[in-house]
Write a new protein. Structure first.
Length: 315
């Protein structure tokens, strides 16, 4: 129950950040379109800083085992959920924004503050493992889907400077630094940590700025948004819990339940605000993506604590 209360408090804080973004546009200080600059900063600077900084921990054989367990659980969930969402998208005739909003969680913005407040800063590393796995899917499947590129151009994926050298390379850099036991100079590490701490506020402010130019009545009257939110916040978490339960991964390590809880927390978060930012960058419906993000964020105040209680009961 304590974890559930902490979750509600943290999500409420992030929702207040959305309100701040909404206010600065409504008061005329900025325009909704100005949020595109912040979106690029988050995508190409803040997220890489979070990942690299998280891997700046002491190397031990026990930590490697824990990382491998979290990695296995993260990959297992991402692959099976991708197939499930793809199938649902075909059957329900969902568009690109809807399918990616259902599949991609807001782990990048929520997992760091959530894990820090609930379990402690030393556990953030494991949340970043899920973030890293999702990042690979996001910049391949997600980008291809949102940009409507159709056929997969692997040359573009591999040699896209903006993507690979600024985003995905951060994953490999963090892993290499960890396994080679290389620690960055303290001033560099602190700089990365400071920039990475912007991830939650910056992303939520972008969402609020976009919402300020939308008709809120249309958001709350859009039945489809509620349906997508239900799939994101209830169906996906239940499927994920079933997968984790059946896999038996919880029994592999003494701290298996706590490690998998971090993975589960990452999965049950609202739809990824990165989808909104990608829609801005690649010319898809960013306002609709933002509406889904706001609705799922609001409803997650209720659903996330309930899902954690369900996890504690079943696992």
């Amino acid at each position: 129950m304590e974890i559930s209360i902490l979750l509600m408090e943290q999500i409420a804080e992030l929702f207040l950040m959305i309100l701040m973004g909404y206010i600065i546009v409504k008061t005329g200080l900025l325009k909704g379109e100005d949020s595109k600059v912040i979106s690029k900063i988050v995508l190409y600077l803040v997220i890489p800083c979070v990942i690299i900084n998280a891997f700046q921990v002491d190397y031990t054989s026990e930590k490697v085992k824990e990382l491998l367990l979290v990695f296995a659980a993260s990959v297992l969930l991402q692959v099976i959920l991708l197939a499930a969402v793809w199938g649902a998208g075909k059957v329900l005739k969902l568009n690109e924004v809807e399918t990616t909003s259902i599949y991609y969680s807001n782990s990048g913005n929520l997992i760091v503050p959530l894990v820090t407040f609930i379990l402690g800063k030393e556990w953030v590393l494991y949340g970043c493992v899920f973030m890293s796995v999702q990042l690979v899917f996001l910049w391949t499947h997600g980008k291809n889907t949102i940009s409507r590129e159709g056929k997969w151009d692997w040359k573009k994926i591999v040699f896209n400077v903006n993507m690979i050298y600024v985003n995905m390379i951060s994953v490999f850099a963090g892993v290499v630094l960890f396994f080679t036991k290389i620690r960055l100079p303290e001033i560099v590490d602190q700089a990365l940590s400071s920039v990475g701490s912007m991830i939650g506020p910056a992303s939520m402010i972008v969402t609020g700025m976009l919402i300020a130019e939308m008709n809120l009545r249309n958001i709350f009257e859009n039945v489809k948004v509620y349906f997508i939110s239900f799939l994101r916040l209830v169906v996906i978490p239940v499927i994920s819990l079933a997968i984790l339960k059946i896999s038996g991964l919880v029994n592999i390590h003494p701290d298996g339940k706590k490690l998998l809880l971090i993975v589960f927390l990452a999965v049950i978060t609202p739809s990824a605000s990165t989808i909104t930012q990608m829609c801005q960058v690649y010319g898809n419906d960013s306002k609709y993506a933002s509406a889904i993000n706001v609705m799922t964020t609001l409803l997650s105040i209720i659903t996330m604590p309930l899902m954690v209680l369900l996890y504690q009961t079943m696992m």
